[in-house]
Design a binder for this molecule. Sequence first.
Ligand code: FES
Length: 189
Amino acid sequence: MATLDKTGPGPEDAPHDGVRRRDFINLAAVSFAGAGAVAVLYPLINQMNPSADVLALASIDVDVSGIQPGQAVKTEWRKQPVFIRHLTPQEIQAANAVDVGSLRDPQTLAERTSEGRPQWLITMGVCTHLGCVPLGAAEGENKGEYGGYFCPCHGSHYDTAGRIRKGPAPINLEVPEYEFTSDTAVRIG
Ligand code: FES
């Protein structure tokens, strides 16, 4: 890149070499650096475009009509487990009876479920401690001391709203984005 010479012309500023040659060398170096930056950026940007199979997994539709109160199912979204749980009235009551202020990650059941559907608890099936899959979604599995989910890796207990109540997990089970497209169908993602 050309630079202003504030000291005025000197012997190195002769038009046939000196500054002009130096300017040319600087310009060549800048152009080279620019080409290098483009070459590095392109693959990075290209990698950020989701591939077709990732786009196909962007959302899933699940028929929840067969999940009875007290049951839960495990499905998969974006290659990670998701728990869909149909809470019983007693489980809803237990979740609502908790003093939210006493929780490690204070959230009400209403904040973790969709409006008017507190009986459907939809969470990621991934422990927020180190990522194990908690137990409690399948029949007969240990639901932990609070009746929700239990992570056997290091002993995290989640309650019937999927909130962390005991053990090392720092926050509640994550609630993915979802919406009910009908009374019996939910779209996750
Ligand atoms: Fe669940 Fe550690 S990964 S308690």
